[in-house]
Design a protein around this ligand. Structure first.
Ligand code: UDP
Length: 190
């Protein structure tokens, strides 16, 4: 897609579950037209998208382009839906999975976490952190992540901040599935 990779699959959550259970560190980028335009101007973002293990078509423009290019049906999968499907699968498999939510205004990620925890008890939300803080707090957050080693880390800081942040810090939890989820915590927290 305009020089960026996109992975076309029929079942993204299943592929991610495999990564999760095998401890294969994965960065998931959900690509829409706006992000492709940003990546044209921002070479760091383009580089991060190239390095991500999974780039998912999120956005009608990207899906239409791929369908014309490939001559086949392409499934659209926004980050929020991907995370929801992944959580539902984890609930059905009854496997305890440790999750961390980072991003959003103070209290938002915690509220979203409480709502998911109630719906799916297998999701052990081991921590949350707001996306507005000082550099000192960020250092503490990184130490906490390195200590907890959550299996799934959702980052909702908006594009391109979340993608760049994940690429910069993913070495701290090399076996985790990291997903940039934009404003998903705002939606889940009601
Ligand atoms: N955000 C944040 N820290 C910041 C800037 C933004 O945590 O310094 C959060 C903001 O509160 C919101 C999310 O990032 O929850 C961005 O949501 P948006 O829907 O704008 O994301 P995008 O459209 O880029 O996916």
């Amino acid at each position: 897609m305009l020089g960026l990779p996109v992975h076309v699959m029929t079942n993204y959550p299943n592929w991610l579950l495999e990564c999760l259970y095998q401890g294969r560190g994965t960065h998931v980028v959900t690509l829409n037209a706006e992000m492709t335009m940003q990546a044209e101007r921002n070479t760091s973002l383009a580089e991060v998208i190239h390095q991500a293990e999974l780039v998912i078509p999120d956005g009608a423009g990207v899906v239409l382009y791929l369908q014309l290019l490939l001559g086949q049906n392409v499934q659209r999968c926004p980050g929020i839906e991907l995370a929801e499907k992944l959580f539902t699968e984890i609930g059905q498999k009854q496997t305890a999975t440790q999750v961390f939510f980072y991003g959003g205004a103070p209290g938002v990620a915690a509220k979203a976490a409480a709502s998911w925890q109630q719906k799916i008890p297998q999701l052990q939300i081991v921590g949350t952190h707001s996306g507005y803080h000082s550099p000192e707090e960020e250092a503490k957050l990184l130490a906490t992540l390195a200590d907890l080693q959550p299996q799934i880390i959702l980052v909702g800081l908006g594009v391109p901040r979340q993608e760049l942040w994940i690429a910069q810090n993913r070495h701290l939890c090399p076996h985790a599935v990291w997903i940039g989820v934009g404003g998903s915590f705002d939606i889940w927290s009601g």
